[in-house]
Design a protein around this ligand. Structure first.
Ligand SMILES: Cc1cc2nc3c(=O)[nH]c(=O)nc-3n(C[C@H](O)[C@H](O)[C@H](O)COP(=O)(O)OP(=O)(O)OC[C@H]3O[C@@H](n4cnc5c(N)ncnc54)[C@H](O)[C@@H]3O)c2cc1C
Length: 425
């Protein structure tokens, strides 16, 4: 039980662990309560024993400049491995090198620049880029909104998407973490242990009451914890699952105004890298494939030459796919790869040595993948992130105000900000 002067952090994902380390470093008594039986939240690195190589069931890449993540990796002595990105596309039955997308990119940029006020991606395309002439452009922009941002284009902000696409932050590579994201989190957990911050797993916080100069956290297992302050880092849709007293006012409505998307991963372990010479191409360096198949995006672990292919489906379609059985999803994946590489389905099936379908939309402790910017998002974000009476603070990828919201970087940065707010309060 945390002492009266202590701070309880709800959630042991990237933001919770980071906040805990920042607070413990400054001599605070910190306790982390985590619902799952593991730490990491939406970071879930699978050990080599599961699929033959270290694999990511959740977050996988380091995007953009990511200064907090890179600093942490340096401190931990963990290498970042650049992805080499040989990109291919498979549309209308044709496999081609490169994505060849955004055919009318200049026109799109001009239109976005001329926008007086933000509007949803789908409405923007319908208004300015309708008709057959723009079919490719529409598909590319919708694919970007759904595929990268896991967003529903009917709600996603066009200005925010354009900002993402057309802004160059100077970092043109993306990276994987050597040993997986779990290596970074392991480093943070080690720091927690050294600094005396305890982590209690399998502990679902059901209600948080503020009164008599302290915070009381009541858990599903009947335990109660008391603290001076609490930082809540649960994913956006789970904030409303906790009963706050006094209530959290307009935050519930604000949460609904923010976007939170779905995504799922299909991890396929093969006996060998059977795809490296197909359709007369040398595909040894192949890394990403974008397609018009039911599971849109595929990637290998290149430059690591292991026989694992990951299928990625994000956006509104991910929920429907997640409702299918694991067997059905794997069969769809096998058929898709058979089409892309023009290899007999039976042969792909025979090469398959294991699989894992990760259904984040159905995960009770994430209820989806990550946040995305909707029209009017920023005001709602600020509302949700507001502390309650200097006692309860909120953090997490969705509540980070910088450009790396939605990512692990954003979650780390948000944890640091929340810890600072607690220390300043
Ligand atoms: C499939 C997938 C792929 C992704 N790919 C990338 C990527 O390549 N790069 C990238 O940067 N980001 C990626 N992301 C996003 C990234 O994983 C998240 O932004 C980040 O991990 C969120 O961290 P967090 O601490 O904010 O939340 P979480 O990791 O969700 O942590 C919150 C914790 O709170 C716990 N919790 C919930 N409710 C309670 C409760 N009532 N009581 C106690 N504990 C509770 C949860 O179990 C969880 O552990 C991906 C996400 C998914 C799902």
């Amino acid at each position: 039980m945390a002492g009266k002067e202590g701070i309880v952090v709800v959630g042991a994902g990237a933001s919770g662990l980071m906040a805990a380390v920042e607070l413990a470093k400054r001599g605070n008594d910190v306790l982390i309560l985590e619902a799952r039986k593991r730490t990491g939240g939406r970071i879930w690195t699978l050990p080599k024993s599961r699929l033959g190589c270290v694999a990511e069931a959740g977050a996988e890449f380091v995007h953009g400049r990511a200064p907090v993540t890179k600093k942490l990796a340096r401190e931990a002595g963990i290498a970042l491995v650049p992805t080499h990105s040989e990109l291919w596309s498979y549309y209308n039955g044709v496999l081609e090198k490169g994505y060849g997308w955004m055919p009318e990119q200049q026109e799109l940029m001009e239109r976005v620049k001329g926008l007086k006020q933000d509007m949803p991606v789908a409405a923007f395309l319908n208004r300015y880029f309708h008709g057959k002439k723009y079919a490719e452009l529409r598909a590319a922009v919708l694919g970007m909104s759904e595929g990268y941002d896991a967003a529903d284009p009917k709600r996603a902000s066009m200005l925010s998407l354009a900002n993402e696409v057309f802004t160059d932050d100077g970092e043109h590579l993306q990276y994987r973490i050597a040993g997986g994201y779990a290596a970074l989190l392991g480093f943070l957990e080690g720091r927690c242990e050294k600094l005396g911050a305890a982590i209690r797993l399998g502990t679902i916080v059901k209600s948080i009451d503020v009164g008599e100069g302290r915070v009381r956290l009541s858990c599903q297992d009947g335990n109660e914890y008391f603290a001076d302050k609490a930082i809540v880092t649960v994913p956006l849709p789970l904030i409303g699952r906790i009963r706050f007293r006094p209530g959290i006012g307009g935050r519930r409505y604000a949460v609904r105004r923010m976007g939170y998307g779905n995504a799922m991963k299909v991890l396929l372990k093969f006996r060998r890298r059977w795809w490296t010479a197909c359709r007369g191409y040398d595909l040894d360096r192949l890394e990403f494939i974008r397609s018009d198949l039911p599971i849109r995006t595929w990637w290998t672990q290149y430059p690591d030459k292991v026989p694992l292919i990951t299928g990625w489906l994000a956006g509104p379609g991910a929920l429907g796919m997640a409702r299918k059985s694991e067997r059905q999803v794997v069969e769809i994946a096998v058929r898709s790869l058979s089409s892309i590489f023009d290899v007999d389905t039976e042969r792909v099936r025979k090469e398959l040595a294991g699989s894992m379908v990760v259904k984040w939309p159905l995960d009770p402790m994430s209820k989806g993948a990550y946040s995305y910017a909707t029209v009017g998002y920023e005001k709602a974000r600020q509302k949700v992130a507001e502390p309650i009476g200097n006692r309860i603070f909120f953090a997490g990828e969705a509540l980070y105000g910088g450009s790396s919201a939605s990512t692990v970087e954003g979650a780390f940065a948000s944890g640091i900000e929340a810890a600072k707010a607690v220390l300043d309060s």
